[in-house]
Design a protein. Structure first.
Length: 228
């Protein structure tokens, strides 16, 4: 059975070695780059299953890399950032990262979060399509169509839409969405739901302008409406 491949992009060798050792022990194949300008050529030639991407890198920083990768690939990205740099975390999510891990971090939590992101694209197949109005989601193909046109989503965006689409008009709290999409409701993860919803809305609005498909229920959370 093929091992899932994780690419670590981290210029601090001590941190990279700790991450590598834990991931290898968890059963992953691991590669490591210490410069940002080496990343794009490598993933175009041999794309990994997930990138663990530090923000501060020589050659090219993590935010610029995240932006460039999202122009041609939806492969999962988890950014590594200092705990105090909330702006980096929000910007990374807005640029299309699936999750973030704050330094210093628990290696066990890191492994759990990586597995959780990967489950969003390698989970058990769904026998039926989910549909509401012009939206259809096929989990087997990891594909979303809106009025027959494909909507390209990151794994986190896909997972959120799947949860909302499975129960139209039901209001989900941020905690419920975090638990169902992430698999765990890690401390602080609820706040990332807002950014993923913002990104999802932006992509859907580009295809269905003026249609408020995902609605905010103030004080409670979010719901997907099936009234069109």
């Amino acid at each position: 059975m093929r091992k899932q491949h994780i690419l670590i992009v981290e210029d601090e060798s001590k941190i990279a070695r700790v991450i590598r050792d834990y991931l290898v022990n968890a059963g992953f194949q691991v590669s490591w780059l210490d410069r940002g300008d080496k990343v794009i050529p490598l993933i175009k030639q041999d794309p990994p299953d997930l990138i663990l991407l530090d923000v501060m890198l020589p050659g090219k920083d993590g935010m610029e890399l995240c932006r460039e990768i999202r122009k041609f690939s939806l492969l999962p990205i988890i950014i590594l950032t200092a705990k105090a740099e909330e702006l980096d975390r929000v910007l990374g999510l807005e640029l299309g990262a699936d999750d973030y891990i704050c330094k210093p971090f628990s290696p066990r939590e890191m492994v759990a979060r990586i597995k959780s992101v990967l489950r969003r694209i390698t989970g058990p197949p769904c026998p039926e399509k989910l549909m509401a109005g012009p939206i259809s989601l096929d989990e087997n193909r990891h594909q979303v169509l809106i009025a027959g046109q494909e909507l390209k989503l990151t794994p986190s965006e896909f997972g959120l839409l799947k949860v909302l689409l499975a129960q139209p008009n039901r209001v989900f709290s941020r905690g419920e969405l975090a638990a169902q999409v992430q698999g765990y409701n890690f401390e602080g993860y609820e706040r990332t739901i807002d950014t993923h919803i913002k990104n999802l809305r932006k992509k859907m609005d580009a295809m269905l302008p003026g249609w408020e498909i995902i609605q905010t229920v103030y004080g409670l959370g979010y719901k997907l409406t099936d009234s069109y």
